[in-house]
Write a protein that binds this ligand. Structure first.
Ligand SMILES: C[S@@+](CC[C@H](N)C(=O)[O-])C[C@H]1O[C@@H](n2cnc3c(N)ncnc32)[C@H](O)[C@@H]1O
Length: 274
């Protein structure tokens, strides 16, 4: 059995694997921060997950374009892996739990098999890694159980929320008011009277239709920061039909749509659109 000096010497020889979770902004290469660009240059292996569903090719191409734009075509390795799909049964919580377990196992395999000791890997995460993206928690679990052999760092990114408000030229919150950031799943089922100022993400069912007739304004954005960017803003009651038409046309033309919106209840009968 080696003495403690021997063990310490052996431990010193273990070279830690490092993983960066890099916020890539909402699409285009101009939305990366300087910190993100500097970090790209230190990475040996980029992990890219191929997700099921329409739009997957375009979302991967956007990541590839970022690498080519900032790093050129060589000097790094790209490892592709199929992202496990989430089952869609009546038990949503269980589906998510199983899905996360599978993703964590996939990440563990990738780090073990594709990253040598002392090397640096990265995931390019859409927008900011902290917003509706569970990669951070899954990687944190792996690091906590790695006996000090793996570490990770988060490089913040510009979120789709920020691009939405910037493009519509509005502040996110009104004076002294809270802002809610929620999902289409919540907007679809909540009491509409409980949302006064809310950003809704991951909405696949146009749940804003539940909020008509209630003095609400909407600021909507599709494919923000991408070449096909679309913006619609106005009194919800007035723009509803145009918005539904624009969404369905975009889906027909491109086969997929990524959109986000801010719903805002008018105060004292004031609307930005009256
Ligand atoms: C899984 S969440 C990831 C959010 C991301 N981490 C961020 O910081 O924006 C995906 C949702 O974000 C919103 N989203 C992300 N990028 C977008 C974009 N370029 N245009 C419109 N919505 C976007 C959509 O609501 C989409 O359903």
């Amino acid at each position: 059995m080696p003495d403690s000096g021997g063990i310490n010497a052996a431990l010193a020889l273990i070279q830690m694997k490092k993983l960066y979770l890099i916020g890539m902004g909402p699409g285009g290469s101009e939305y990366l921060t300087m910190q993100a660009i500097q970090t790209l240059k230190q990475v040996d292996v980029f992990f890219m997950l191929e997700k099921e569903g329409r739009g997957k090719a375009e979302l991967l191409t956007q990541r590839q374009d970022i690498l080519t734009h900032y790093l050129g075509a060589s000097g790094y390795r790209v490892v592709m892996a199929a992202s496990p799909p989430r089952a869609k049964t009546a038990d949503y919580q269980n589906d998510v739990q199983v899905w996360h377990d599978q993703k964590r196992a996939l990440f563990a395999d990738l780090i073990r098999d594709e990253l040598a000791d002392g090397q640096t890997g990265a995931f390019l995460l859409w927008g900011d890694p902290s917003l509706y993206d569970q990669t951070v928690s899954l990687v944190a679990d792996l690091a906590a159980h790695s006996a000090g052999q793996m570490d990770f760092e988060i490089i913040p990114g510009i979120t789709s929320v920020q691009v939405l408000t910037a493009k519509h030229k509005i502040p996110l919150n009104r004076v002294g008011e809270s802002i809610t950031i929620t999902t289409g799943r919540h907007a679809e089922t909540c009491d509409p009277a409980t949302l006064d100022n809310a950003v809704v993400m991951l909405d696949y069912n146009a749940s804003f239709q539940r909020f008509t007739g209630q003095e609400m304004d909407i600021y909507w954005g599709g494919y923000l920061g991408c070449p096909d960017e679309m913006l619609v803003a106005g009194s919800l009651d007035e723009v509803l039909d145009d918005l539904l038409r624009a969404k369905s046309q975009a889906r027909d033309e491109k086969g997929w749509l990524m959109d986000i919106y801010l719903l805002r209840r008018r105060q004292r009968d004031n609307s930005a659109f009256e």
